[in-house]
Every structure is written in structure tokens, then in C-alpha cells.
Design a protein around this ligand. Structure first.
Ligand code: SF4
Length: 103
């Protein structure tokens, strides 16, 4: 059997849980953005800039990022990927002085 005090307490507890969950949900995009921004900062601090390695969005002969050992592919063969030594988005059809491949 419930009395009115128990009922009000239960509603307060339920309301606190809902508000707490909403607060966590609302802060997730901010946390995600913060982690992403930090990753970009770390990327720029630890990797070479594109100008420093004369990165270009075009292959050099048969040499391109897609067949370079430093390339980390994107979601598909033509998608922008990343590189272990050069900061920023990297085209699979790009090339730079740090190229490490067989082409
Ligand atoms: S090192 Fe240069 S050529 Fe190799 S994947 Fe990175 S940007 Fe492309």
C-alpha cells in the first residue's frame, strides 16, 4: 500500500533520474566535439603539415597515397583517409615527399 508521501518521493526520484539522463545526453555532443578538437590538435602537433612535405592532391606518376605504407584508408576506396605522418585528411590519390611505397 502506498501513501501520498511515498508517491511524491517516487515521483521526485523518477524526475531526478530523467533530468540526470537528459543532462548526460545533452552533454555528449559537447564531449564528442571536445575529443574531436583535441584529436585534431594532437594530429597537428605530432605530424608534419601538408606544405612541409609538399603534399598534393594528385598522384606523382604511379605513386599515390593509396599505395603508401603510411596511408590509413577512409570508409571506401575513394574516401578521404588519414596518414600516420602527415596531418589532416588525405586523398587516396594524393602524394607527398614522405611517400613510402613501391610506385
Ligand atoms: S606519407 Fe605522404 S604519400 Fe604517404 S600516405 Fe601520407 S601523405 Fe600520402
Amino acid at each position: 500500500m502506498t501513501n501520498s508521501f511515498t508517491s511524491i518521493t517516487s515521483r521526485r526520484q523518477a524526475l531526478r533520474k530523467i533530468i540526470g539522463a537528459a543532462g548526460i545526453t545533452a552533454s555528449l555532443p559537447l564531449l564528442g566535439w571536445s575529443v574531436s578538437a583535441r584529436a585534431q590538435t594532437d594530429d597537428a602537433a605530432t605530424k608534419a603539415s601538408k606544405p612541409a612535405v609538399q603534399y598534393q592532391d594528385q598522384p606523382k606518376g604511379k605513386s599515390d597515397c593509396a599505395n603508401c605504407a603510411n596511408f590509413i584508408p577512409g570508409e571506401s576506396a575513394n574516401a578521404v583517409g588519414t596518414c600516420t605522418v602527415v596531418a589532416g585528411g588525405i586523398s587516396p590519390r594524393g602524394w607527398c615527399l614522405a611517400y613510402a611505397g613501391n610506385g
